[in-house]
Write a protein that binds this ligand. Structure first.
Ligand code: PRP
Ligand code: ADE
Length: 178
């Protein structure tokens, strides 16, 4: 059931102190990827959420880099496409970009201009919500492309950083909260 899947996911997340900088408690999802049952549980839980709440989704948009680990698996389950939001300078052709702040630095998010059509219904996916800077930047990119963001999905939400506040109008679904 849902509870045992959540427990399985929870058991496959580990924490490292002072990575990548002093004072940061880094939540590592690598053990999930290493365990087929845990990875299946993650995708099952996301799929269940989308089928219940966002039946009309047309595209899954994944964030560089760890959103790429879960996004395509979910998109394939839902029989919809997958689009990449990358760090600046990685995508060929015409692109649109937005700068943002991270829990431990700065970055710029970029998408191919033709990746999302105006009015398309999209769901954003990443491994983790911290300050919300990354997902906020992705939402801004979607706004520039006139896509309709149905919501955001993450494996992990770090509650104390209040990332949800930055995402205001957008719903955020998370599997595990710290
Ligand atoms: C991490 C994480 C999220 C983001 C969350 O990625 O995977 O994308 O930070 O932080 P925020 O909510 O404060 O924006 P990171 O930028 O470290 O890059 P990576 O995925 O390439 O490791
Ligand atoms: N991205 C931003 N903050 C993070 C954290 N504490 N652990 C893992 N990824 C992160």
């Amino acid at each position: 059931g849902r509870e045992s899947k959540l427990q399985l996911v929870h058991r496959h997340i580990r924490a490292f102190s002072d990575f990548p900088k002093k004072g940061i408690l880094f939540r590592d999802i690598c053990p999930i990827l290493k365990d087929p049952a845990a990875l299946t549980a993650v995708i099952d839980l996301f799929e269940e959420h989308v089928r219940k709440n966002h039946q009309h989704v047309e595209l899954i948009v994944g964030l560089d880099a760890r959103g790429f680990l879960f996004g395509p698996l979910l998109a394939q389950r839902l029989d919809v496409g997958f689009v990449l939001v990358r760090k600046k300078g990685k995508l060929p052709g015409s692109t649109v970009s937005v700068a943002y702040d991270l829990e431990y630095g700065k970055a710029e998010a970029e998408i191919q201009e033709d990746a999302v059509a105006p009015g398309q219904k999209v769901l954003l996916i990443d491994d983790l919500l911290a300050t919300g800077g990354t997902l906020y930047a992705a939402c801004e990119l979607m706004k520039k492309q006139q896509a309709e963001v149905l919501g955001c999905m993450v494996v992990i939400e770090l509650k104390e950083l209040n990332g949800i506040d930055k995402l205001k109008s957008h719903s955020v679904f998370s599997l595990v909260q710290y």
